[in-house]
Design a protein around this ligand. Structure first.
Ligand SMILES: *Cc1c(COP(=O)(O)O)cnc(C)c1O
Length: 421
C-alpha cells in the first residue's frame, strides 16, 4: 500500500528549534507503514452453532413431524424454566412475539404505545401493524435505555402500553416504568431481543408473568436462525397461541395426531407465527450452552473494558447496580472532540483493518417513514441522536478467541492513535 496517510500526532517528526530549515520547510509527507491488518475479515456476529445443533436438526428431519409439535413444546417449557416464566410461546421472530402481544392486548386504531427511539425499527413497526401510533421518547445518557422521565411526559389519555427495550442486554429501569404503567393501568411489554440471560434486581428478564418478547435471530445471544419467544401469564399466552396460528382453536399437531379430530374454529383472523420443530431443535441445543455463552461474553467484555477504560477518545458501556447484563452488544462510544474523524470514517478504518462492526441503532425517528409520518427531526431526541453519531458496536460473541479480541483492541488503538486530534 503506497497511500499517504495523515501524521498521527505521536509519530510526527518534531522540528528542531535550532534548525532554521525546520521552521521554513514543512515536514515531508512520508508514507506511513500501513496498519497491521488481520489476514482474514473478522465478522461482527457469526452464529455460535456446533455439531449439537446439526444433530438436533437432523433428528427432527428424520422424524415424521418437522413443523410445530413436541420439540417446540419442549423448547417452550425449557425456555420458560430458564427465565422463570410461568409459560412461554415459541414464535418465528421477536417481531411476531411483539405483534401478537399487542394484538392480544386489543391495541389498535386511536391508541398510542410509548417506546424508545433507540431500537431496531421492528419495535415501532409492530405498533404500526396494529394500527396504533408509536410515541417515541428519548433515552438515558448512560445506558441508552428508555428514559422514564420522558415516558412520564409522553403519557396521554390514549396511551395503551409501554414497550421498553433492554438496549444491548442492559435491563431498562423497570421499577420506574412499572410505576408509571401501574398508575394508568396499562401493560408493560418488554422487548428483550438482546436480554437473554439478563436479570433485573435478581429476577430474570422474562420471569414472574411479565410480558416479554425475545429474539432468536441469527445474530442474537441464543439463535434458532429466525425465531422468538413470548413469556407471560398462562391465560394471556393462551390467547396469543391462538392468534399466532391463524386464530385457529386447535393446532396442527393436535389435529393430525392419532385420534385427533379434523375440526377447528376461527374466531379472529390470526397470524402465521408458529415456530417449527426444526428450529426449536436448534433452540434446545442452544439453551444448553447459554450459561457458557454468557460467561464467554462477560470475559470478552472484561477484556474490552480493561483495554479501553483509560483512553480519553473512547467511552465504554456502563452497567448499573442491581442488573445482570446479557452483553448482547459492546456499544463503544467515540469522543468525537478527541478525534479528527467521524464515526463513519472510524468504521471504515476498522473495516480496512479487517474488523467487522455495526451500529446500534439508527434511531427510529431518523428513518424516513417515521420522520415523515410524525414530522420528526433528528434533534427532537437529542440524547439518542448525539449518541447515534458516535456509536460503534464491536464484535462480541462466544466464538471470539482471545487473539481475535486482541486484534480488535489493536485495530481500535491504531485508528485512535492515527486520528487523535
Ligand atoms: C433483533 C431485534 C428485534 C427483532 O427481532 P426478530 O427476531 O428479528 O424479529 C426487535 N427488537 C430489537 C431491539 C432487536 O434487536
Amino acid at each position: 500500500m503506497s497511500k499517504v496517510v495523515d501524521y498521527p500526532s505521536a509519530m510526527s517528526p518534531v522540528p528542531s528549534a535550532t534548525s532554521p530549515e525546520a521552521v521554513l520547510v514543512p515536514p515531508p509527507l512520508l508514507p506511513l507503514a500501513p496498519p497491521r491488518r488481520r489476514a482474514t475479515f473478522l465478522p461482527f456476529s457469526p452464529p455460535s452453532v456446533g455439531e449439537e445443533e446439526v444433530e438436533a436438526v437432523t433428528q427432527v428431519l428424520r422424524s415424521d413431524w418437522i413443523t410445530t409439535g413436541p420439540v417446540a413444546k419442549l423448547f417452550e417449557r425449557r425456555f420458560a424454566a430458564a427465565v422463570q416464566a410461568p409459560e412461554a410461546l415459541a414464535v418465528n421472530s421477536c417481531t411476531a412475539a411483539l405483534h401478537t402481544a399487542l394484538a392480544a392486548l386489543e391495541i389498535g386504531r386511536g391508541d398510542e404505545v410509548i417506546t424508545t427511539t433507540m431500537t431496531f425499527a421492528a419495535t415501532a413497526n409492530v405498533i404500526e401493524h396494529v394500527g396504533a401510533r408509536p410515541v417515541l421518547v428519548d433515552v438515558e445518557p448512560d445506558t441508552l435505555n428508555i428514559d422514564p422521565a420522558r415516558v412520564a411526559a409522553a403519557i396521554s389519555p390514549r396511551t395503551r402500553a409501554i414497550i421498553p427495550v433492554h438496549f444491548g442486554g442492559h435491563p431498562a429501569a423497570l421499577d420506574a416504568i412499572d410505576d408509571l404503567a401501574a398508575a394508568r393501568g396499562i401493560p408493560v411489554l418488554e422487548d428483550a431481543a438482546h436480554a437473554v440471560p439478563a436479570a433485573w434486581r435478581g429476577r430474570p428478564i422474562g420471569a414472574d408473568g411479565r410480558l416479554v418478547a425475545f429474539s432468536f435471530y441469527a445474530t442474537k445471544n441464543l439463535t434458532t436462525a429466525e425465531g422468538g419467544m413470548l413469556t407471560g401469564p398462562s391465560d394471556f399466552l393462551a390467547k396469543c397461541r391462538v392468534l399466532a396460528l391463524h386464530g385457529m382453536s386447535r393446532d396442527a399437531a393436535e389435529r393430525y395426531r392419532v385420534g385427533g379430530s379434523w375440526s377447528y374454529e376461527v374466531h379472529r383472523p390470526g397470524f402465521k407465527y408458529n415456530m417449527p420443530d426444526l428450529q426449536a431443535a436448534i433452540g434446545l441445543a442452544q439453551l444448553q450452552k447459554l450459561d457458557a455463552f454468557a460467561r464467554r461474553r462477560q470475559e470478552i467484555v472484561a477484556r474490552y473494558h480493561a483495554a479501553f477504560a483509560d483512553e480519553e477518545a473512547l467511552e465504554t458501556p456502563v452497567t448499573r447496580d442491581g442488573v445482570t447484563h446479557a452483553w448482547h452488544l459492546y456499544p463503544l462510544r467515540l469522543r468525537l472532540d478527541a478525534l479528527r474523524i467521524d464515526r463513519a470514517r472510524f468504521i471504515q478504518e476498522l473495516t480496512e483493518r479487517n474488523i467487522g462492526t455495526s451500529v446500534h441503532f439508527i434511531p427510529v425517528h431518523l428513518h424516513p417513514f417515521y420522520a415523515r409520518t410524525y414530522d420528526l427531526a433528528p434533534h427532537d431526541f437529542p440524547v439518542a441522536y448525539a449518541n447515534y453519531l458516535r456509536l460503534v458496536s464491536l464484535p462480541l460473541h462466544p466464538r471470539l478467541t482471545d487473539a481475535e479480541v486482541h486484534d480488535v483492541v489493536e485495530a481500535v488503538y491504531d485508528v485512535v492513535a492515527r486520528f487523535r486530534r
